[in-house]
Design a protein around this ligand. Structure first.
Ligand code: FMN
Length: 193
C-alpha cells in the first residue's frame, strides 16, 4: 500500500482474535522499530516482543489497574478502550502478542528518550499494518513496572536493569471488520511560503 494511504487508514484495534501472529511477522515488526529516528543517533532503545498470550494478559490486567478509568471522554465507539468499557480486564485487550519499547534509565539518549521510544512504536504499528497485523499503542508502562512482580519479570527475561519499558504495542489479528478512517480535526495545519 502507498505509505500515505497506509498512515491514513491505520486504526488502533482493540478487538483481537486469539490467532497467533506468525514469528516472521513479529520479527519484521521488531526490526521496523530498530530503524526509527533516535536522539543523537544513539539507538538507545530496546524492543522486547512477548509472544505468550497468558503472560500478556497477566501484565495487561496490571496495566489496566494503573489507569483512572473515569475520564468522562469517549476514546472509540467501534474499538472501545478500557476508558470506554470498564468491563475490559486487560489493558492489552487480549492481544496475542505484545511489543515493549524500553529506554535507558541513565540518560544515554541525552534528549527526549520517551519521544525516541514512541518513534519506534510508530514504525512498528505501520509495519504491522502493512503486514496485515492490527495494533494499538498503549501507555502506562512505567506505572505497570513499578509493581515488584512486574519488575521481577524483566529480571527473569534478563533485561539489563538500566532499561525501563515506556510504551507497549499490542499486536494481533482483528476480530470483526476494520474500522473506518477517523476524520481529522479542522485547523491543524499551517503552510508558510
Ligand atoms: C502516546 C499514545 C498513548 C496511547 N495510549 C493508549 C492506551 O493506553 N490505551 C489505548 O487503548 N489506546 C492508546 N492509544 C491509542 C489512541 O487511543 C488512538 O491512537 C487514538 O484514539 C486515535 O485512534 P486511531 O489510532 O484509531 O486513529 C495511545 C496512542 C498514543 C499515540
Amino acid at each position: 500500500m502507498d505509505l500515505l494511504e497506509l498512515m491514513k487508514t491505520r486504526r488502533s484495534i482493540r478487538k483481537y482474535l486469539p490467532d497467533r501472529v506468525e514469528k516472521e511477522k513479529l520479527l519484521k515488526i521488531q526490526e521496523a522499530g530498530l530503524y526509527a529516528p533516535n536522539p543523537g543517533g544513539r539507538q538507545g532503545t530496546k524492543i522486547i516482543i512477548v509472544d505468550d498470550p497468558e503472560l500478556i494478559d497477566k501484565i495487561g490486567v496490571v496495566n489496566a489497574s494503573c489507569e483512572n478509568r473515569n475520564w468522562g471522554v469517549g476514546v472509540s465507539s467501534d474499538q472501545p478502550s478500557i476508558i470506554d468499557d470498564i468491563s475490559i480486564k486487560s489493558g492489552f485487550y487480549n492481544a496475542p502478542a505484545l511489543a515493549m519499547v524500553c529506554i535507558r534509565r541513565d540518560g544515554f539518549e541525552k534528549v527526549n528518550p520517551i519521544g525516541s521510544a514512541f518513534c519506534c512504536a510508530e514504525n512498528m504499528v505501520l509495519e504491522a499494518y502493512d503486514l496485515g497485523v492490527s495494533s494499538c499503542i498503549v501507555g502506562r508502562a512505567e506505572a505497570t513496572f513499578r509493581f515488584p512482580e512486574m519488575q521481577a519479570l524483566l529480571d527473569e527475561w534478563g533485561l539489563d536493569p538500566d532499561y525501563l519499558p515506556v510504551v507497549f504495542v499490542c499486536l494481533g489479528y482483528i476480530n470483526g471488520s476494520y474500522p473506518k478512517v477517523k476524520p481529522r480535526n479542522e485547523g491543524r495545519t499551517l503552510f508558510i511560503e
